[in-house]
Design a protein. Structure first.
Length: 94
């Protein structure tokens, strides 16, 4: 019996060279259901990034409530959020 391919959203920490945050952090942040819409995954990614960032409560609220995503870059169904380090979200299939 052939195994069926599985799909999921994969969210990882990325940084060119990783020199800004070292290798102590785990690269894989989470794996999410493929049924989640891009809009919902973006909201989750913003929340995850804000949770680790050294931000005041006011700054975190600003990121969460802002419709303008200054640090969000989309490319071909994948997207990146944040500054160094940043989160990279994409759909994967196994």
């Amino acid at each position: 019996m052939a195994s069926r391919g599985r799909k999921a959203w994969l969210i990882t920490w990325e940084d060119f060279g990783r020199k800004h945050w070292g290798l102590r952090k785990r690269r894989v942040v989470t794996i999410l259901s493929p049924r989640l819409t891009v809009r919902h995954v973006k909201q989750i990614v913003v929340a995850l990034w804000c949770a680790q960032a050294d931000l005041t409560l006011s700054e975190r609220m600003g990121f969460a409530l802002s419709r303008e995503r200054r640090f969000l870059f989309e490319e071909g169904g994948e997207f990146f959020f944040g500054l160094k380090p940043y989160l990279y979200a994409r759909k994967i299939a196994t």
